[in-house]
Design a protein around this ligand. Structure first.
Ligand SMILES: NC(=O)C1=CN([C@@H]2O[C@H](COP(=O)(O)OP(=O)(O)OC[C@H]3O[C@@H](n4cnc5c(N)ncnc54)[C@H](O)[C@@H]3O)[C@@H](O)[C@H]2O)C=CC1
Length: 456
């Protein structure tokens, strides 16, 4: 049977306003019919519901664009290997999903709607399963990586250098998900801040956000010699083949990470494209990588680095680093005509929006402005919800000591990542050595959506 995007979208619009209740029903149904699956998930399911709904929304609204849908689902299938998802998990999810749609569509649910959803789910599952199987031929489901350098650049920002135990293939601009021994089963996304290197090392820029379990652990409780788990590289904001255009890179805060990687990639590509890198931060203190960027700049005549400080308008220290006052969007017209450049933007969602809008006004065609706005928005929404949540009365992860006050709120939300099978536990602080060859089974919906989600 052929895909019926119109029917699927129409019926989805019935449940979309009721998404929160529908996803709660979905998981209730899934676990009622497959009690064994419940043990694979953590007690607090709220963030997990958000992720499922995001994945479903992406799927439904991409049905008209088969290429981008296939790309999205392939990445989702590959990424789900780290949860131990197997083909036999899909029918349980299919049954729970159809039951949910039926329940929340009311009289709008017909035989034709059911057939359209069944076909859409089967097509999606087929792509995810095939992608996972193909990936399994040359890559592990996850990587074990040793921290070989840990630099605290500010009180809340650290730059980590990691050595994966096996080669981890990626393109400059992509991100990986990270799990710490301190928070088993909780994965958070971080961009890789370097282009691929012969020695395989990866760098991450991490800001500890309020209520962020993983970011707090990576910045404050991780050191050289510690072990992390990494998921596969994901994301589409990569450098386009050199069309002869120069580059403008606009970074906001730790959004610098993927753009640094792209600058390095451009440098290694032979003909040097001229690169302008605007590093926008709030205060001079937040220019956590400026010293390194200046070093890079001094050895690369094609690179120009410009710090921009939004909260230092009255000469309160910005002069020391020769920064422009204002936001990235506000200073764009002080340089040159960007209309013949390829532009990449990374940082807070609002900063991406205002910068892209301004560039458009300045004559840069939209197809030359690259960013991950949708992921940034979802990431911030998840981080906001995580911050708003009340802490659980008991620690959700067996064997952990009581949370520190600053981490308590985070636990309530970040414990929503998929849990692993008891027989093959994910690494604990004392024994952080998972076996890539023996992934732990997870339901297919676990960790859905490469949201890049909350970079918390
Ligand atoms: N760590 C990583 O690997 C990556 C992080 N990101 C994202 O980048 C963001 C960086 O956050 P922080 O370092 O805390 O940055 P921040 O909040 O300190 O802001 C960085 C810059 O963005 C500007 N900005 C912030 N809000 C704005 C608004 N509403 N309108 C216009 N400009 C605004 C600030 O003025 C500043 O110049 C996070 O959302 C993070 O998720 C993106 C890619 C990679």
């Amino acid at each position: 049977m052929s895909l019926e995007p119109r029917i699927v979208k129409e019926s989805f619009s019935h449940i979309e306003p009721d998404g929160e209740r529908a996803t709660a029903y979905f998981y209730g149904r899934l676990f009622a019919e497959n009690p064994r699956l419940r043990t694979l998930f953590p007690p607090a399911m709220d963030l997990q519901r958000d992720r499922l709904f995001h994945a479903l929304t992406t799927l439904v609204w991409s049905l008209d664009s088969p290429d981008s849908l296939a790309h999205y689902l392939s990445a989702l299938g590959r990424d789900h290997r780290k949860f131990g998802v197997r083909p036999e998990h899909y029918p349980a999810v299919r049954a729970a999903l159809l039951a949910t749609m039926r329940r929340f569509s009311g009289e709008a649910w017909t035989a034709a709607t059911e057939a359209a959803w069944s076909t859409a789910f089967d097509a999606a599952a087929e792509i995810m399963i095939a992608s996972a199987e193909q990936d399994a031929r040359y890559a592990p489901p996850w990587w074990v990586a040793e921290v070989v350098e840990h630099e605290r650049r500010t009180s809340d920002i650290a730059v980590l250098t990691l050595r994966p135990s096996q080669p981890l293939r990626f393109s400059a601009g992509q991100y990986i998900t990270v799990q710490t021994a301190r928070w088993p089963r909780v994965w958070r996304p971080y961009s890789i801040a370097n282009a691929p290197r012969a020695d395989g090392l990866l760098r991450l820029h991490v800001r500890a956000i309020p209520g962020g379990w993983v970011s707090g652990a990576l910045v404050r409780h991780t050191g050289v010699g510690d072990t992390l788990l990494l998921g596969p590289a994901l994301g589409t904001m990569t450098l386009t083949a050199d069309p002869g255009r120069d580059l403008l890179l606009v970074a906001g805060g730790t959004g610098l990470a993927p753009l640094r990687a792209i600058a390095e990639q451009a440098a290694s590509a032979g003909r040097h494209r001229e690169v302008h890198l605007l590093f926008a931060a709030r205060t001079e203190r937040d220019l956590y990588d400026l010293a390194e960027l200046r070093l890079l700049e001094s050895s690369c005549p094609w690179l120009r680095v410009v710090p921009v400080l939004s909260d230092a308008r009255d000469g309160d220290g910005s002069s020391g680093v020769n920064a422009l006052p204002g936001t990235a969007a506000e200073v764009l017209d002080r340089f040159r005509d960007w209309s013949d450049h390829d532009v990449y933007i990374a940082g807070p969602a609002a900063m991406i929006r205002s910068t892209a809008t301004r560039l458009h006004e300045l004559g840069v065609p939209p197809e030359r402005i690259h960013h991950d706005l949708l992921e940034a928005e979802q990431r911030e929404e998840l981080a906001r919800r995580a911050h708003d949540r009340t802490p659980p009365s008991v620690c959700p992860i067996a064997g952990h000591t009581a949370p520190e006050p600053a981490e308590a709120t985070a636990r309530a939300s970040e414990a929503t990542a998929p849990a692993s099978e008891p027989t093959a536990p994910t690494p604990q602080p004392a024994a952080p050595t998972p076996q890539p060859a023996a992934p732990t089974p997870e339901p297919v919906t676990a960790g859905a959506a490469p949201t890049h989600s909350d970079r918390s």
